[in-house]
Design a protein around this ligand. Structure first.
Ligand code: ADP
Ligand code: ASP
Ligand code: MG
Length: 409
C-alpha cells in the first residue's frame, strides 16, 4: 500500500497565484513519488481577517453562525485555486470543503472542536489517483451548519486528518523554517529548534507562539501524530519535528519564550467574600464560552475581595455580557478592563528538574524595569502579565537571559 501523507499550507504560503503554484508543485512532487497526498489549505493571505472586518462593518457584533458561514469561504477560495493549479499541471486533484471531507464538529460557533472524521470520500478520491485538497478550519455541526475551529484552526484540520487517515506524518508548511526559541520576527537571533516535545509545543502555543494552534498539538499528542513544521518554499529546510519525547541530552532548562498580545485583563472589584462566589463568576463565563486564562484573587478587605483574570481579545464581548450578569446577580463592585497588557512566558521541560527559573525570570524583568502584574505557572511554564508596551523588550531580554540565542560559529 502506498504511503499517505498530509501536507498543510498556511495563509501566507498561498497568498498569491505564484505561491499557490509553487505550493501545488510541492504536493505534485510527493504524488509523483507514488504517495497518496492529502493537502489542507488555509484562506489565502489575510483573507480571514478581511472577512471578519467586513462583517463588522455590516454589524458591530455579527451573528456567530453567519460569521462562520462567511469565514469558511476563505478556505474555499484556497482549496479551489490549489486544485486548479494541480489540474493545470496535468495532475488530477479534487478540492473538498470540511463537510464534504467528512469533518464533523461540535456546535460552538467560531471555536468548534472536531468530533469525528468520516473519511470515506477522501479515500475514494485518493483511490482514483487524485490529490485531495481539504479546506482547513471548518466542519459540520450536529445542526448541519458550518462551524469554524478557532483562529489558526487549519493546523487542527491537518493533524486530525493525519490521525484519522493514519498518515505517516503531518507536514505543516509555513512562512518560517520551523519552531524557533522565540518568534523570529520579534527576536532576530532566535534559534531554530530541531526537535520539540508535544508538551513543550503545547505550552508554547498556549503562550502565544502562533506557529501551531494549541488544540492541534493536543490532538497530535493524543493520537501520536508526528508533525514536521517547515518552510513552504525552501526544500532544504530541515524544519522542526514535534514528537513525544526529545532525548534528555538535547534538553535545555528553557526551550523557548513567547509573547501573547491577545489578552485582556479584567478585574471585578468588591466580590463578596463568601464560599461559592468564584464558582459563580467562572461558571457564568464558562457558559458564555469565554476561555479564562490566568486568575488571581486578592486578600480579603473586610467583607470583599477583588478577582482579576485574563481572557482572549476575541472573547471580550461575550465576557462583557456575562460580567454584566455577574455584577447584577452577585452585587459586586465595578468591573475594569485593561487592554494594554501582554503575557510573556518561558517554557521548558527542564523546569521539572531544575529550580531557579522563576527567580531568574522575575529578576531579569525587574532589571529591565518591567513590572509584573500577574503570575501563573505550570510544571513546565511560567507566565507573567505585563504592560503591553514592555512586551517585545521583555521577550528579548528573557531570550538572552536564558541563553537561547543562535550559537556563534
Ligand atoms: P500560517 O499562515 O502558515 O498558519 P502563522 O502566521 O499562523 O502561519 O504562523 C507562523 C508565524 O508564527 C510566523 O510567521 C512567526 O512570526 C510566528 N511565530 C510565533 N512564535 C513562533 C516561534 N516560536 N517559532 C516560529 N514562528 C513563530
Ligand atoms: N484562516 C484561518 C485563520 O486565519 C485558519 C488558519 O489560517 O489556520 O485563522
Ligand atoms: Mg497558522
Amino acid at each position: 500500500m502506498s504511503e499517505l501523507i498530509v501536507m498543510k499550507f498556511g495563509g501566507t504560503s498561498v497568498a498569491d497565484p505564484e505561491k499557490i503554484q509553487r505550493a501545488a508543485e510541492r504536493a505534485i512532487t510527493h504524488r509523483k513519488k507514488g504517495k497518496k497526498v492529502v493537502v489542507v489549505v488555509s484562506a489565502p493571505g489575510e483573507m480571514t481577517d478581511e472577512l471578519i472586518a467586513l462583517a463588522r462593518r455590516v454589524a458591530p457584533s455579527p451573528d456567530p453562525r453567519e460569521l462562520d458561514m462567511l469565514m469558511a469561504t476563505g478556505e474555499q477560495v484556497g482549496i479551489s485555486l490549489f486544485a486548479i493549479a494541480c489540474e493545470a499541471r496535468g495532475v488530477p486533484a479534487t478540492s473538498l470543503t470540511g463537510p464534504q471531507a467528512g469533518i464533523f464538529a461540535d456546535a460552538k460557533h467560531t471555536k468548534a472542536k472536531i468530533t469525528q472524521i468520516r473519511p470515506g470520500k477522501i479515500h475514494q478520491e485518493l483511490k482514483r489517483g487524485n490529490i485531495v485538497i481539504v479546506a482547513g478550519f471548518q466542519g459540520l455541526n450536529p445542526r448541519r451548519d458550518i462551524t469554524t475551529l478557532g483562529r489558526g484552526g487549519s493546523d487542527l484540520t491537518a493533524v486530525a486528518l493525519a490521525a484519522a487517515l493514519e498518515a505517516r506524518q503531518c507536514e505543516i508548511y509555513t512562512d518560517v523554517h520551523g519552531v524557533y526559541t522565540a518568534d523570529p520576527r520579534l527576536v532576530p537571533d532566535a534559534r531554530l529548534i530541531a526537535r520539540i516535545s508535544y508538551d513543550e509545543m503545547l505550552e508554547l502555543a498556549g503562550a502565544g507562539a502562533q506557529v501551531m494552534q494549541s488544540r492541534s498539538i493536543e490532538v497530535a499528542k493524543k493520537y501520536g501524530v508526528r508533525i514536521q513544521v517547515a518552510h513552504a518554499f525552501d526544500k532544504h529546510s530541515p524544519g522542526t519535528w514535534i514528537i513525544e519525547e526529545v532525548p534528555s541530552m538535547e534538553e535545555a532548562v528553557v526551550t523557548g519564550v513567547a509573547l501573547d498580545r491577545n489578552q485582556i485583563k479584567v478585574t471585578i472589584r468588591d466580590v463578596p467574600d463568601k464560599p461559592g462566589m468564584a464558582a459563580d463568576v467562572f461558571d457564568m463565563l464558562g457558559k458564555a464560552n469565554v476561555n479564562v486564562d490566568m486568575i488571581i484573587q486578592s486578600a480579603a478587605r473586610g467583607q470583599s475581595n477583588d478577582i482579576s483574570f485574563t481572557v482572549p481579545k476575541d472573547d471580550h464581548e461575550s465576557a462583557i455580557k456575562a460580567l454584566e450578569t455577574v455584577q447584577r446577580r452577585l452585587k459586586t463592585g465595578s468591573i475594569e478592563h485593561n487592554v494594554n497588557v501582554a503575557k510573556v512566558s518561558v517554557v521548558g521541560v527542564g523546569m521539572r528538574s531544575h529550580s531557579g527559573v522563576a527567580g531568574k525570570m522575575f529578576r531579569t524583568l525587574a532589571d529591565n524595569s518591567v513590572n509584573i502584574q500577574m503570575i501563573a505557572t505550570s510544571e513546565i511554564k511560567i507566565s507573567c502579565i505585563i504592560e503591553n508596551a514592555d512586551g517585545e523588550k521583555a521577550l528579548r531580554v528573557l531570550h538572552k537571559a536564558f541563553g537561547l540565542e543562535k550559537r556563534r560559529p
